[in-house]
Design a protein around this ligand. Sequence first.
Ligand code: ZN
Length: 192
Amino acid sequence: MKWTKRNIIIALVIVAIIILIYINRVNVKKAITSGIQSVLSIQQESYLSDLHPAVRDKFRQFINEVQQKTGYTIIVTSGYRSFQKQAQLYAENNKNAPPGGSPHNYGLALDINAQKGTTWLRKASTENAWLSSGIIDIADRMGLRWGGRFNGYPDRVHFDMMKFYNITQLKNLALQQFGSLENAQGNQINLV
Ligand SMILES: [Zn+2]
């Protein structure tokens, strides 16, 4: 084969195609190994993206593991809640936590429902229904706190990371870092 201009161009095109095939294979491999993200729904991801960055991966792993191991689909019903929103809820009903008093105000909690076929797990579902789903075992193993064990007023849809944080401390951090609770963005506080 002579090294005419035409042959050189053909050779370069072939090399370029081989490189593109290789890059594509590497990307496919990456997509498979980071599959945790890709199996979650847009609805789930949008709640996850508002959580505090320190706990986002933990909750992503939780949802993923529940769906893979129990066959239940998770429907997130509440995640990060601003101080303003919490103030509104408190004004409506003083049984709700005051602003800064809920782990949701720091993006450290999710409320979820779960569905498998015709079976639904919701706020009113029994403790036993939740326990026998296998979801609580996974939460326990991952260090999540389940609201179903709250004394007095069990909140079975609630899961949070409060085994690792203290609400008074979080409130103080929000005040220190944002000057006032009204201005605080709880899901952005620097957790020291
Ligand atoms: Zn909750």
